[in-house]
Design a binder for this molecule. Structure first.
Ligand code: NAD
Length: 297
């Protein structure tokens, strides 16, 4: 299959699209995502250097001949660290892997006069290969000088989506901030209600097990990363407050025992989803069948 051929290519290396490139420096490269990109660049024949937390005293030496600098540090430190990169060679590509895009992109354009591009890999560090994974990018400056990089990602198997930083961050407000926050609150609620998880699982349908898995998996990951993602932008809090407000309105409807209002709202949402309601019903049946097969193994 395609997946297998990509993962076997992982072992033997990838074609190098820009063999003339001077060294790539990954700032924060000892971190989870930084290590993944280090491995992929090295497998493609690029020379990679790491600028870690304790390396700033020799930053000039590490950065002076960089062909590309990739910033991959904790979100809340990103803009301050970008601001330190004010001595890069003028043709050096400056890029970042941050889960938010507007602030870091602005900071990169301000500190560096050369090529700039913002990246957001839509995957975590534990993927076996980049086949079919999505990398979102936002153009910054001199796009002609980093087309090879976007093509290099495609050679790794990734698919690319171009978007403006503002649209990206608006989308992430719903896709990341609100969703992770509702999972967080649901987890807090479960912990305080303190039911027996085994009993919940023995009573649950596959769809509830999936829901429990979606929530539980959050708490197997890094609290700092999710705090940073949820609190990364003021519009996230505004969105979460609107959700909270609608939750309150829906509770009032329950207090009134107003089934007519419930049905009316239900119908509005149904028509908002349109054909997707049916599409999602079919798609979730497929997922549930798979989930069911794998839990019975
Ligand atoms: P991480 O905490 O594993 O790695 C961050 C690294 O930065 C660490 O090695 C840390 O020592 C280093 N660091 C801290 N301060 C530094 C400094 N002053 N100078 C240099 N290095 C410093 O985090 P991560 O999960 O790899 O995330 C890195 C970036 O990738 C973040 O912007 C995050 O939004 C983005 N991202 C992460 C994921 C994910 O699932 N992990 C997914 C998409 C995007």
């Amino acid at each position: 299959t395609m997946r297998e051929s990509y993962s076997s290519e992982n072992d033997s290396g990838f074609k190098c699209l820009n063999p003339q490139l001077r060294p790539i420096v990954i700032v924060g490269g000892h971190g989870q995502l930084g290590q993944l990109f280090q491995r992929m660049f090295e497998l493609s024949g690029y020379q990679v250097r790491i600028l870690g937390r304790d390396d700033w005293h020799r930053a000039d030496e590490i950065l002076h001949d960089a062909g590309m600098v990739v910033v991959s540090v904790p979100i809340h430190m990103t803009e301050a660290i970008i601001a330190k990169l004010d001595q890069l060679p003028s043709d050096c590509i400056l890029t970042d892997l941050t889960s938010v895009k507007s602030g870091p992109l602005q900071a990169m354009l301000e500190v560096h006069q050369g090529p700039v591009v913002g990246l957001h890999p839509m995957f975590g560090p534990n993927i076996p290969s980049l086949a079919k994974q999505v990398i979102v990018y936002t153009d910054g400056r001199n796009p002609e000088s980093y087309q090879w990089l976007l093509e290099q990602f495609q050679i790794w198997g990734a698919s690319l989506n171009r978007i403006s930083a503002i649209e990206h961050d608006q989308g992430m407000t719903l896709i990341q901030a609100l969703r992770h926050f509702t999972s967080f609150v649901y987890g807090v609620h479960l912990a305080e209600e303190d039911p027996q998880i085994e009993q919940l699982m023995s009573l649950s349908s596959p769809i509830y097990r999936l829901e429990l898995a979606m929530v539980g998996r959050l708490f197997a990951q890094d609290a700092q990363l999710y705090a940073d993602i949820i609190m990364s932008a003021p519009q996230n809090l505004a969105m979460i407050k609107r959700f909270h407000h609608r939750f309150g309105e829906a509770i009032e409807m329950l207090e009134r025992q107003d089934k007519e209002a419930f049905k009316q709202a239900f119908g509005q949402v149904e028509s908002w989803f349109g054909d997707y309601a049916q599409y999602f019903l079919v798609e979730s049946q497929g997922l549930l069948r798979q989930a069911n097969d794998s839990t019975q193994r």
